[in-house]
Design a protein around this ligand. Structure first.
Ligand code: LLP
Length: 421
């Protein structure tokens, strides 16, 4: 559920007509709903009620500090995957004690940042990484709390580019080798082994792969405890999917996910962490864009928008579907027609949808891409020297620009011409 609804025939974000925001900030732009972000965080928090738990928002999904602070105010922790994300979370006011550091390629410098600034735990992904972290911690006179990310070799049944839990993926250590890797970790002076981490992929629409992975984690917890490791925290990753097409997909709800966690892992008495990104931010954001031209091609019509693949890359990269709706609700019974919906970037991949049935649209009309809050703004670029589009947040009747559109001068002046030119 989200808070982008038609009221009196015009799309609103909470209590604000989206077209009003478009008039104030210009198109294209991203727009987030505070109420939706808060609702989604609470769904997870409530799903784990009764278990000692922390919901660590995977901020890679949408990392604007206004989003982070909205969630942190409710008690959320953060899952970060780079030194930049770590510092951004801190800048948003998240204490280090609620930040977990994931990722397969943490550098010594990033480890140092987090050890000095405070960190809940590092999720370690390889033995070389473990050795570097131990050395950095010893140098700083610290002890780094760690989990090891295990790869349970489970098929997440999601898009190949976002599946992470099969043995051929680059993530984690094979679960079959976990005992020897934990023994190694336990022998390193700068580390304190506190738990196990697992994340099998993103946009999962079925609980079964999670269940299989968590069963393996449960068995491993018992095996490691028997070997003397004090396994007291389980980080279960993110990955629960969202409905992209409002019509026909119904991924499991956080409450069902929480119940399954309780069933599979509740008896272990561990603190539970989860790292949801998409489910918190995805349907809490839309991208608003304007029709620049309607062009008739050979047997097809193109809607050429002012938004492009550099602003929202998911359709080009993952063949992702985003519902695209006009800001003015079409009259009941209006005949729909197929359009290819494209951006202005100079490649055919800059296509958001092919032969999408839409009500008739004209130049100047505004449309919203739904479910664009996660992996939208954060994956945007300045390809074709197009400015990164602004981010705006709504809260009830008010709205604020939370990242401004750069001017062309700001973008161009970032280049420096070497002296010899
Ligand atoms: N934890 C770890 C270790 C992750 O790698 C990820 C996502 C998450 C948590 C959050 O997963 P979520 O709850 O958002 O599914 N750009 C792609 C998605 C990449 C996901 C990467 N890892 C997309 O647009 O679909």
């Amino acid at each position: 559920m989200d808070h982008f609804l038609y009221r009196d025939g015009v799309l609103h974000a909470e209590d604000v007509p989206v077209a009003e925001i478009a008039a104030a900030v210009g198109t294209p732009f991203y727009l987030y709903s505070t109420a939706t972000l808060e609702r989604h965080y609470r769904l997870f928090d409530e799903a784990l009620e009764g278990l000692d738990h922390l919901v660590c928002y995977a901020m890679k999904a949408a990392s604007n500090q206004a989003i982070l602070r909205t969630l942190a105010r409710l008690g959320a922790g953060m899952d970060v995957v780079s030194g930049g994300e770590y510092l951004r979370a801190k800048a948003a006011g998240v204490p280090g004690s609620k930040i977990v550091f994931s990722g397969i390629g943490k550098t010594a410098h990033e480890m140092e940042l987090a050890l000095l600034g405070g960190i809940r735990q590092f999720n370690i992904e390889s033995e070389p990484e473990m050795e570097v972290l131990s050395a950095v911690a010893v140098k700083l006179g610290k002890v780094a709390p760690i989990t090891v990310r295990v790869n349970p070799d489970v098929d997440a049944k999601t898009h190949a580019k976002i599946a992470t839990g099969k043995s051929e993926n680059k993530f984690g250590i094979p679960i079959s080798r976990a005992q020897s890797v934990y023994a190694h970790a336990g022998s390193l002076p700068g580390l304190e082994v506190i738990g196990i981490d697992v994340h099998i992929g993103s946009q999962l629409t079925d609980l079964e792969p999670f269940r299989q992975a968590y069963r393996k984690v449960s068995d491993l917890t018992e095996a490691l405890r028997a070997e003397g490791h004090d396994i007291r925290r389980l980080d279960l990753g993110g990955g629960l999917g969202i409905p992209y097409a409002q019509t026909n997909e119904a991924p499991p709800l956080p409450s069902a996910y929480g119940a399954m966690i309780r069933e599979e892992l509740g008896h272990l008495g561990c603190e539970i962490e989860i790292e949801p990104g998409r489910l918190i931010a995805g349907n809490a954001g839309i991208m608003v864009s304007k029709v620049i031209y309607v062009k008739s091609g050979e047997g097809r019509d193109f809607l050429i928008l002012d938004g492009a693949m550099n602003d929202l890359i998911r359709p080009a990269m993952y063949d992702a579907w985003h519902d695209i709706v006009p800001l003015v609700q079409p009259a009941a019974g209006v005949a729909q027609r197929p359009y290819d919906i494209v951006g202005p970037v100079c490649e055919s991949g800059d296509t958001f949808a092919k032969q999408r049935m839409m009500p008739p649209l004209n130049a100047g009309d505004l449309v919203a891409f739904r479910s664009a809050g996660a992996y939208g703004a954060v994956m945007s670029s300045e390809y074709n020297t197009r400015p990164m589009i602004p981010e705006v947040m709504v809260n009830g009747h008010e709205f604020a620009v939370i990242r401004a559109r750069p001017s062309f001068d700001e973008m161009i002046n970032r280049d420096t011409i070497p002296e010899w030119l």
